[in-house]
Structure formats: structure tokens, C-alpha cells
Design a protein around this ligand. Structure first.
Ligand SMILES: Nc1ncnc2c1ncn2[C@@H]1O[C@H](COP(=O)(O)OP(=O)(O)OP(=O)(O)O)[C@@H](O)[C@H]1O
Ligand SMILES: [Mg+2]
Length: 348
């Protein structure tokens, strides 16, 4: 059964009113007439029914449309044209439709509120992390400088050492701010990848060279597989890819094992080039793998901090890869090592 029909309600009310009118008339007519009074009563009842029906139906629709139309428009964001709205009304499905639309709207709102709450939590955490990362080197510097002012400047045992330590903390501040700038530029979309065709093999060799001293200090050997010493051309943002490779290579050394290895593998498949950075280091527990690309996420905070890590590196890597519409995948076993593989568009 239809839950609501203005037509049906108008008919019922008009019938009721015309019967009352007929009854009232018959009582008065009974007194004054005796012949044909039924015809008169029937005629007046029919006439009053038509008049009642037209006025009730119009008043009813006018009232309902006036009241409900704004809700309909708001909920449905004007998806239903006005002509259809009238048809809904006449079809008797109005309340059912409003109910359905309202539930859809309510569900959407509940989802939106949940997202807003999650964003708010995320924003608070982010601000907390940023201020913490900035506060630590600032407080360190404050300590060194205060000691130098309080007489340390004349103490040859510490003056130069403390100045060097202050410089290290300034460098750390700069690197955190630069990383944050990179992330915000990538997120806002203001940094559009500068797509060029270049030889990825050559770039990898350059990045390896830059990290050789760091690797040597830990006795880590960097190996390169694939590419067969020929050129491997890709279309990508060269600076972005250099940033990805540096971050992955540095991680493989920092979280690598003493006297271990880092292996870079290049594979060409169809119109893609897959680059893997593999190490035999500490590895990552499965439960952390999905989170390592989040900003400031570090599996072992104290270990990462000791190496000067802020947990922004992989977040930048992921953003750059997404800006290229490419993918990065991680596989790892605790205490056995990691494999980070990302793709790029190949150029023949
Ligand atoms: N090759 C790896 N082996 C083991 N753990 C890793 C490796 N790479 C990343 N991780 C883990 O993932 C976390 C996030 O890495 P990410 O590079 O984002 O931050 P970070 O190295 O701590 O700091 P930075 O911002 O200086 O790079 C690291 O703290 C570390 O716990
Ligand atoms: Mg890192």
C-alpha cells in the first residue's frame, strides 16, 4: 500500500465534508420540501464534493510542496527536477522517497563527520610531531650556546666541539623543514613532476657514488644487478627519482647489517622498469609494513633518531611515486632484510 497520497486524502476528506453538507441540507430541506428533495440533496452533495476536492487537493499540495520542497532540494542537492517532484507527490511516494533520501543523506553525513574527526586527530598528531621534531634540536642548541656564553667559549676543550654540535642541530632543523616543505608541496599538488626522458642506470650509479662513504663506514657492499651495462631510459622527474633512490639507499644502509650488502636490481618488463633496493638488514615486522609510509612513522623510534631520522623519508618517497602514477611495494622479514620495489614508465 502506498504510504501517502494527497489525492486519496483529498477524496476521503471531500467525501466526508459532502456527506456532512448533504446531511445538514436534508435536515433543513425536510422541513420545507417534500417532493424531489433527494435530487436537490444529491446535486448539492456532488457539487460540494467537487468544490471540496479541488480546494483540499490544491491547498494540501501547495502546503506540502511549500514545506517539503526546501528539504528535498537540500537533501537531494537539486537532483530531482521540480516536474518530477510533483509527479512524486501525485504518485503518492513522497514520504517514502524523502525517507530514503534522508537516510542516504544521514549516512553521508555520518561518514563525513567520521572523516573530519580522523582528520582532526591526524592534524593534532601531525602538529605534535612537527613541534617535537623542531623543539629537540632547538633545545639542544640552546644548551650548547648557553654553556658557551657562561664561560665555555674560553674553554678550549669544549668551545669548538659545542659549536660543531650546534651546527649539526641547525642542519637537522633545516633538513626537517625542507622535508616538510617537500611533503606539503607534493600534497598540495604545487610540485608538478618535471617529466623528462633520462637514463635511470646512470642516475642509480650517481646516487650509489653519493652514498659510498656512508656504506663503507658500515662495511656494506652496494651491488647493482640488471641493465646489463646498457642504457635504460625512463620518463620521470629526475630530481624526484634521485630523491627516491637516495632515501631507499640511505635506509638500506642505516637499517642494514654491519658488513652486509645492498643490492639494486633493475628489471624491464613491457612498458615498465622495476627498480628494487634490497638489503639484508634488521627487516620490518609485518604489522609495521603498512605504516612505514606515514609521516613521522618510525618502527624503532630511538634507533631511527640515533641516526638522525625523522620518519619523513618514506612518506616523501610514496608521494613522489604517486605523483608519477606509479607504485611501490615492500616485502620484508624481520632480521632478514627488506625489498623495496617501485616502477617507472619505460621509454624504448
Ligand atoms: N631498509 C629498511 N630496513 C628496516 N627498516 C626500515 C627500512 N627502511 C625503513 N625502515 C623503517 O621505516 C621507518 C620509516 O622510514 P623513513 O625513511 O620514512 O624514516 P627514517 O629513516 O626514520 O627518517 P628519515 O626521515 O630521515 O628518512 C624507519 O624509521 C624504519 O623503522
Ligand atoms: Mg629514512
Amino acid at each position: 500500500m502506498k504510504p501517502f497520497s494527497s489525492k486519496r486524502i483529498s477524496i476521503i476528506l471531500s467525501l466526508l465534508f459532502s456527506i456532512i453538507t448533504g446531511a445538514a441540507m436534508s435536515m433543513s430541506l425536510l422541513i420545507s420540501f417534500s417532493d424531489y428533495y433527494w435530487i436537490y440533496i444529491l446535486f448539492w452533495m456532488l457539487l460540494s464534493f467537487i468544490i471540496y476536492y479541488v480546494s483540499i487537493y490544491n491547498a494540501f499540495n501547495k502546503y506540502i510542496l511549500k514545506k517539503i520542497k526546501p528539504y528535498f532540494e537540500t537533501i537531494d542537492a537539486l537532483q530531482i527536477p521540480e516536474s518530477k517532484l510533483y509527479r512524486h507527490l501525485e504518485g503518492g511516494e513522497l514520504l517514502k522517497d524523502i525517507d530514503k533520501k534522508f537516510m542516504e543523506w544521514a549516512k553521508r553525513k555520518v561518514k563525513e563527520i567520521a572523516t573530519l574527526k580522523a582528520n582532526e586527530k591526524y592534524r593534532k598528531e601531525f602538529l605534535g610531531n612537527v613541534s617535537h621534531e623542531l623543539k629537540t634540536p632547538l633545545f639542544n642548541m640552546q644548551g650548547y650556546i648557553s654553556t658557551l656564553i657562561d664561560g665555555g667559549l674560553n674553554d678550549d676543550n669544549i668551545n669548538l666541539k659545542y659549536l660543531h654540535s650546534s651546527e649539526k642541530n641547525i642542519n637537522r632543523l633545516i633538513s626537517v623543514v625542507e622535508d616538510l616543505e617537500t611533503i606539503s608541496a607534493l600534497e598540495s599538488g604545487s610540485r608538478i613532476p618535471d617529466m623528462l626522458v633520462f637514463d635511470i642506470l646512470k642516475l642509480i650509479l650517481e646516487v650509489i657514488e653519493m652514498q659510498e662513504i656512508r656504506a663503507k663506514k658500515k662495511g656494506i657492499e652496494i651491488k647493482l644487478d640488471g641493465g646489463d651495462n646498457k642504457n635504460v631510459f625512463v620518463r620521470a622527474d629526475k630530481n624526484g627519482v634521485s630523491n627516491i633512490l637516495s632515501n631507499l639507499l640511505i635506509n638500506s644502509i642505516i637499517y642494514g647489517k654491519e658488513n652486509g650488502y645492498t643490492q639494486i636490481v633493475i628489471k624491464e618488463k613491457d612498458n615498465k622498469v622495476f627498480i628494487s633496493v634490497i638489503d639484508d638488514g634488521i627487516g620490518i615486522k609485518e604489522q609495521h609494513i603498512n605504516r612505514i609510509f606515514e609521516r613521522f612513522y618510525r618502527v624503532d623510534k630511538s634507533r631511527s633518531k640515533l641516526q638522525g631520522g625523522t620518519g619523513l623519508g618514506l612518506s616523501i618517497v610514496k608521494h613522489i611515486i604517486e605523483a608519477h602514477n606509479q607504485e611501490i611495494k615492500v616485502t620484508s622479514k624481520l632480521k632478514e632484510g627488506c625489498n623495496f620495489t617501485f616502477s617507472l614508465d619505460r621509454v624504448n
